[in-house]
Design a protein around this ligand. Sequence first.
Ligand code: GDP
Length: 298
Amino acid sequence: RSWIDRLKAGLSRTGNQLADLFSRGGKIDDDLYEELETILITADVGMDATNTLLADLRRHVREHKLVEAEELKAGLAHCLLKLLGPLAVPLHAETHKPFVIMMVGVNGAGKTTSIGKLAKYLQSQGLSVMLAAGDTFRAAAREQLMTWGERNNVTVIAQQSGDAAAVIYDAVQAAQARKIDVVLADTAGRLTTQAHLMEEIKKVKRVIAKVLPDAPHEVLLVLDANTGQNALSQVKAFDAALGVTGLILTKLDGTAKGGVIAAIAKAHPIPVRFIGVGEGLDDLRPFDAQEFIDALLG
Ligand code: GDP
């Protein structure tokens, strides 16, 4: 199946409910809005973004004098694009050399997988990539990254022991010396000791800036779409600590909670650089709001 089919499958529960609602016939009335509200909340759009969307939709319906339920589909597409469109800001890794990307996120979100996919994506753009095994707390994370690097001919800077900041410091220096275009720096993601974790990744950020004053150029937060509204608190916590410049929303191929993207757009409008739509190396796509809405609404 193509990635767009997997994205559609992921969003299909919500998509089918919406299709049902719009194709049922009848007029636009309060009952219809109420059902739409329930569908949006169930899809993890959240109260805030749901209220915004519905208010905008009611306005749109009045302005365009829409009457039939089936006309609501195009109206919703229009309002969703207004909300999600501003999130679709692509990553431009060619603006600095080396361009340093700090990858953050809680364990299990898909950080390591996304690093592999992102490395492949950047290489396909003609950029050379180096990885820094900065998750020094999980030996498995380092091994996973090194195995991946060997298989794909990407240099991985790692240390048997030592702290994350030291590994990433080395990597940025090595990338400078070897004229590498992009450094992808992995970091730890234990959730249990969050205060400690945040202190550590803040230190990593400071140390990167010591090698390259304007780096890191991107702090990419990896979020599992399945966590729904919980993703919002992760955005809040990581952004407060680090200043998150971009998001990767993973596992959109297998969740009924894809609506969280609208909740993020409302509460923390940070660019969604990429979406994850599968476990394969090619299953990372630059976020395109129109494409996403088409996959949802068909
Ligand atoms: P980390 O702990 O954040 O480094 O997470 P991993 O990269 O190890 O990923 C955790 C699990 O999620 C693995 O089984 C991945 O294959 C899976 N995964 C990551 N991204 C995606 C995605 O976009 N779609 C699907 N279906 N699975 C994903």
